[in-house]
Ligand binder design. Structure first.
Ligand code: PMV
Length: 289
């Protein structure tokens, strides 16, 4: 039996733009997903296309138990975390000896297949290696760790990443002269962001700009706007949607002493919220229970 865990993630900047090769910045956060795999002759019964693909890809059969503290379909990278933790646990239980780099690549290929072609390697890289990562096309660069107190708010409106990616693609196809500069501007926000990690006021301003640009691309949702505005009004430096949008989660960067107030303001909008920070660790082996 082998148990592995992998963290969730937020996009500080750059979702959707990363699909078109522009720079984006994502950060691994708590909570984690825990997956236990055990050798067995019969197939597992997880009923998840991600988990099925992990066993198919590794060419083995086994039973699997998932304990996820991350809400699914909410923009926090839960499918990537499940995929990375499952591949790592299979690798361990069956003595496959794949490197973490190979696990990250396999997880990306699985996400791409299940999401029918359009996905960036962001979620799977961040979940495998942890920390803060700059993604540009298929390149990833790990950035130095930062202490960024964050509040994540879940609208509880579920969304489909692939549908949102399609929606942005359709708008871009129809209006390239408008959408291309917006995607470039999001890429510029990401690059500006990584130069201002020590300036939370500036980071907040850049997150606000990023949110407005994502809304212009059609990735917003009334419930996201409500939460973002509530967080800003409660004293956050800035707030934006995170992930594909159209529902799901938002993230706010806050002064340390206002974290609880911002969380309360977000929860008062019929949402679920939690305080989080960077998880520097990626996929890791857990003690068997
Ligand atoms: O909603 P999530 O966490 O799957 O994030 C999607 C981010 C996109 O940029 C819209 C797509 C991608 O694969 O990067």
């Amino acid at each position: 039996m082998a148990t592995w865990s992998a963290p969730g993630k937020v996009f500080l900047f750059g979702e959707h733009a990363v699909v078109y090769g522009k720079p984006g910045v994502a950060m691994a956060i708590r909570p984690r997903v825990f997956v236990t795999v055990r050798k067995s002759k019969s197939a597992h019964h997880a009923r998840s296309p991600y988990i099925d693909s992990c066993f198919d890809e590794m060419g083995v059969k086994g039973s699997v138990y998932v304990n996820s503290q991350l809400p699914s379909s909410s923009g926090l990278g839960s499918s990537a975390a499940v995929t990375v933790a499952t591949l790592s646990a299979i690798n361990d239980e069956f003595g496959k000896k794949f490197t973490m780099e190979e696990i990250a690549n396999m997880a990306f290929a699985i996400e791409k297949k299940v999401q029918k072609g359009r996905a960036s390697p962001t979620d799977t890289s961040v979940s495998t290696f942890g920390g803060i990562v700059l993604i540009t096309g298929t390149q990833r660069r790990r950035l130095p760790p930062q202490n960024l107190p964050l509040v994540v708010g879940n609208t509880l409106v579920s969304h489909s990443t692939s549908k949102m990616v399609e929606k942005v693609a359709a708008l871009k196809k129809k209006n390239p002269e408008i959408c291309d500069p917006i995607l470039d501007a999001i890429g510029a926000v990401s690059l500006c962001g990584i130069r201002h990690f020590s300036d939370p006021h500036m980071l907040g301003t850049l997150m606000n700009m990023n949110h407005a640009l994502l809304e212009a691309l059609g990735a917003g949702h009334p419930s996201l706007s409500r939460l973002v505005l509530a967080a800003r009004a409660a004293g956050a430096y800035g707030a934006k949607l995170t992930g594909a949008g159209g529902g799901g989660c938002m993230v706010a960067i806050c002064p340390k002493h206002l974290k609880s107030r911002v969380m309360g303001a977000v929860e008062a909008c019929d949402a679920k919220a939690f305080i989080t920070n960077l998880d520097t660790e990626g996929a890791r082996k857990e003690k068997d229970v």
